[in-house]
Design a protein around this ligand. Structure first.
Ligand SMILES: Nc1nc2c(ncn2[C@@H]2O[C@H](COP(=O)(O)OP(=O)(O)OP(=O)(O)O)[C@@H](O)[C@H]2O)c(=O)[nH]1
Ligand SMILES: [Mg+2]
Length: 333
């Protein structure tokens, strides 16, 4: 049976054959699988590739163990921006969202398991950037350890539901329960009064994708019965883009943060680079974020926005609000 593999496939296959490092081989194999057409003629090759992929992943895991480190080479480390981990069943549309809302080259494919490794991408929200992390699908429980490691490191979770899938509700509730079984609790908002509890909680948004599908309505009804309003939800279609424009706003709302601008005395506002702080933060928290030494050196601040009047002098306990401009005065200045 003809396979109709595109010429590009063979070029990548040559690189795959030439590569010695298992991690590099995995990357090439992933590319090959992403572009190979899926039909009866390619079933056998697809199966062989899946098997090869598992063997290579095992090799990488064993190499890690023999080095004595639990270091995961694919782990996406957190930078300065809030990191949001996208989790979901195969084909639920995580990569479509990352490809649509960031510059990351996430692979979107009709077939499941097209994403093999976590992939970060920066999503703009107004004048800040939020880091989305696309992930391989969750198909088996209990969860693999990479999911837990990555979810613990993230600031927030977006759990995808595929509204076209007959097992949409089971997969969503399955992922939530599986996280809880491993003591990581998806919640609307962590219990900030109990630090120990909050360490194991992650604020969570449900991204209910494929709203354009005829089965979406019935799945939404089931979900309403099962999960109700336990989490904020966004219902959208990544394919038609309907509702997708609200994605960044929904993620930002879930994070409950504020953007605060700073200005040096006598200078202009640093408009390009607001600081992102949790809601309820004070001007002292902001000062500490600008520079750790400012916590000691802080004297007072002037504020434009949430003050009673523009340029009002406020003390360290003044709570900043979204859009505030703050001028920090240090003891020595
Ligand atoms: N009808 C419909 N199809 C969609 C929608 N969003 C994504 N798809 C399709 O669903 C398939 C899977 O999309 P992906 O974005 O690759 O899904 P994924 O969750 O990253 O998939 P894996 O990484 O393979 O688990 C593709 O064929 C998409 O075109 C949508 O809103 N509606
Ligand atoms: Mg994907």
């Amino acid at each position: 049976m003809p396979t109709n593999l595109p010429p590009q496939y063979h070029k990548i296959e040559d690189k795959f054959k030439a590569a010695r490092d298992p991690a590099e081989k995995i990357a090439h194999l992933r590319e090959m699988m992403a572009i190979m057409p899926r039909h009866k003629g390619t079933d056998k090759i697809w199966g062989e590739h899946r098997k090869k992929m598992s063997q290579l992943q095992e090799q990488v895991e064993n190499a890690k163990k023999s080095k004595g480190g639990g270091h995961n080479p694919w782990f996406v480390h957190k930078g300065d921006e809030p990191q949001i981990l996208l989790l979901g069943a195969p084909n639920s549309g995580r990569s479509s969202v990352v490809a649509g809302l960031t510059h990351a080259k996430a692979v979107v494919a009709e077939f499941p398991y097209s994403t093999q490794l976590p992939l970060p991408g920066m999503m703009p929200y107004k004048d800040v950037q939020l880091e989305l992390v696309d992930t391989p699908p969750i198909a088996n429980f209990p969860l693999e350890s990479w999911v837990l490691d990555q979810a613990r490191s993230a600031d927030a979770l977006v759990i995808f539901g595929d509204l076209s899938a007959p097992d949409c509700c089971d997969m969503l509730t399955g992922i939530i329960s599986a996280l809880e079984e491993r003591s990581l609790f998806p919640v609307e908002w962590p219990d900030k009064d109990d630090e120990d509890k909050a360490t194991n909680q992650r604020c969570t948004l449900l991204a209910l994708n494929k709203a354009d599908h005829p089965d979406a309505e019935v799945n939404l009804e089931f979900l309403d019965e099962l999960i109700g309003d336990r989490y904020p939800q966004l219902i959208f279609s990544a394919n038609t883009a309907e509702g997708l424009e609200a994605f960044s706003e929904a993620v930002w709302s879930m994070l409950r943060m504020v953007r605060v601008y700073t200005k040096a005395p006598g200078k202009k506002v640093e408009e390009k680079a607001p600081y992102m702080l949790p809601r309820g933060s004070t001007v002292l928290d902001l000062a500490g974020k600008v520079h750790r030494d400012f916590l000691e050196q802080f004297d007072s601040a002037k504020i434009w926005g949430s003050g009673k009047f523009d340029g009002q002098t406020v003390d360290r306990e003044h709570v900043v609000e979204d859009g505030d401009v703050v001028e920090i005065h240090l003891k020595s200045s």
